[in-house]
Every structure is written in C-alpha cells, then in structure tokens.
Ligand binder design. Sequence first.
Ligand code: SF4
Length: 62
Amino acid sequence: MKAFVDKSGCIGCGLCSEICPEVFRIGDDGLAEAYGKVTEDNAELAKEAMDSCPVSVISIEE
Ligand code: SF4
C-alpha cells in the first residue's frame, strides 16, 4: 500500500505526521509528504491519519 498527499490542499497542520510518523512527515516547505511505505504494521495508523486530515488531501492506494 502507498499513501499520497495532495500538497496543493495541505494546510501543514501536522496531524498526519503526529498520528503516523512512519509514513508522513512535514517537509522543508511546511507541507506534508508521504515518505514512508504503508505496511501491515502501520496501515491502521496511516488510515487514521487519512481520516483525520482536516482538508482530506490524503489518499491510500492498495
Ligand atoms: S493532516 Fe492533512 S492538512 Fe494536516 S499536514 Fe497532514 S496532509 Fe496536511
């Protein structure tokens, strides 16, 4: 599975990287990026981060 962030809508709130730092981080531009692989171990947190994003710009593909 792989996560994506549509940066054009990200507001840099940092919630996703707080919830699932293995997959999401805030880049130098102050916006989130999905740098880590979604694995069996972190998939639940990655999905929680996706559901928690206030502007719904995170997606996860199987
Ligand atoms: S939760 Fe959404 S808006 Fe907040 S940093 Fe992550 S992708 Fe951006």
